[in-house]
Ligand binder design. Structure first.
Ligand code: LLP
Length: 429
């Protein structure tokens, strides 16, 4: 395999001990506590290069889907590598601009952009807005008119296919809220052409996330290729074709490597003459991050064994939200440990607060550290303060150094925007 497998990463056991690059995870925990998100800079850089290299025969702009991991320092790392960004909100725009992103490499996706967000994106001079509905096109036109500029716009097409992934992260089916219907694409372009202050520069699509087969990508590329041809025949010449993100990572199943993914996407589009944009999120950052937690208690009932850890669904919600599998490893492996079946659960007061169910794991004791692997994508970014728990710290390791890129929340952070007011008695008091 020319570019290696996507599962390649720099979290490895050296004899009994888990390392992040050249730093022992135990040392990071000693300094920073748990739960702790740890990212490997070398893995992040590697994955970006592998993805770009996979498309080396095509002119491609890689726009990191920053929703997957939006820490400012991670964004800067990608911006420094030349990455563009796929954003979905005004907040994401501000984040990536603060991190030094080139606005000419930003695409703005999402089904519900506000006037303020559209205006901010146009003022920043982003590459294009991926519009998803008639009313949205009208709004973009109006905002651009007010600013006295031409808004670069692409239309997001819903290719009506089944990407074979969890329903919550499947976006390319006709029942989904995303994109414009396949049958109406020509209409939309014709209509959009008549609106003032719009420059129709592209076509985009995104069919879903954690896709582990090539067939759905192939189907999407085929459908999009035929639309582009038809549009060109009707005098609509575009510049950019944005094929979204979605390539899966090996949580459990083995996804195709980026080289095969690139081949699948570019095949049908070879003669389109358009510049390709991709929006990978998970595949760039997923296994570049782990979440380290400490075992609080091992609790045995007559039904089950529970490993109660100090990480919870507020820190990583993927297991309960998507029935997602994350490998769990002891940070320090014990020689000859028995393998026991257990549920790995957090302290939050919900039965949905688990990281693993009926999992075979080496026997652990209170105080041991467990690493939840492949937690870099949609991990910290989906964390909350539920149960008034502080969100974890985030640290990036590079070689034998590490940098804390986000402090753990303090109690004051949690209550920062709240007011402690005496509510005046109402009429029924
Ligand atoms: N582009 C668009 C327009 C998207 O909506 C997404 C993800 C991506 C790109 C990046 O997709 P990726 O390469 O990461 O698959 N929270 C869920 C995943 C939600 C994905 C949402 N959209 C999870 O934890 O699995």
């Amino acid at each position: 395999m020319a570019f290696g497998l996507p599962c390649m990463n720099y979290f490895n056991h050296r004899s009994a001990e888990l390392y992040a690059e050249d730093v022992a995870v135990r040392d990071l925990v000693r300094d920073l506590g748990t739960p702790l998100y740890i990212y490997s800079a070398r893995t992040l850089r590697r994955h970006f290069r592998v993805m770009r290299e996979a498309f080396r025969d095509t002119e491609v702009l890689v726009c990191f889907a920053m929703k997957a991991l939006s820490n400012l320092s991670v964004l800067k790392l990608f911006a420094d590598l030349g990455s563009g960004f796929d954003i979905v909100s005004g907040g994401e725009l501000m984040r990536c601009m603060r991190a030094g992103a080139d606005p000419r490499k930003i695409v703005f996706s999402g089904v519900g952009k506000t006037d303020e967000e559209i205006e901010a994106a146009l003022r920043a001079g982003i590459l294009m807005i991926n519009a998803e509905s008639r009313p949205e096109l009208g709004r973009i036109s109006a905002v651009a008119g007010r600013l006295g500029i031409q808004a670069p716009v692409s239309l997001r097409v819903n290719p009506d296919l089944d990407p074979g992934t969890h329903p919550h992260i499947s976006t390319g089916h006709r029942d989904s809220k995303f994109g414009i219907p396949l049958a109406e694409v020509d209409h939309y372009y014709a209509e959009a052409r008549t609106l003032p202050n719009l420059e129709l520069v592209g076509l985009s699509t995104h069919i879903g996330s954690q896709i582990t087969e090539l067939a759905p990508f192939n189907e999407a590329a085929d459908k999009v290729a035929s639309i582009v041809k038809r549009l060109r025949a009707n005098g609509i010449a575009l510049k950019y074709l944005d094929l979204g993100g979605g390539l899966g990572i090996p949580y459990q199943e083995e996804p195709p490597p980026p080289s095969a993914y690139a081949h699948t996407l570019t095949g049908p589009l070879r003669d389109s003459g358009l510049k390709l944009i991709i929006e990978p999120g998970r595949v760039l950052v997923g296994n570049a991050g782990i979440l380290v937690t400490r075992v609080l208690y091992v609790k045995e009932t007559d039904a089950k064994r529970f490993i109660v850890i100090d990480g919870a669904m507020n820190d990583l919600i993927r297991p309960v939200l998507y029935e997602a599998y994350h490998e769990i490893r002891p940070v320090v492996a014990r020689d000859g440990a028995r393998i026991l079946t257990a549920d790995v659960v957090g302290p939050v007061c919900e039965s949905g607060d688990f990281f693993a169910r009926e999992r075979d794991l080496p026997e652990v004791q209170s105080g041991d550290l467990l690493a939840v692997m492949s937690a870099g994508a949609y991990g910290f970014v989906m964390a909350s303060n539920y149960n008034s728990r502080p969100r974890p710290a985030e640290v990036i390791v590079s070689g034998s150094n590490y940098l804390v890129v986000r402090e753990r929340d303090t109690f004051e952070d949690i209550v920062r925007n709240e007011k402690l007011l005496a509510i005046p008695p109402g009429p029924d008091a």
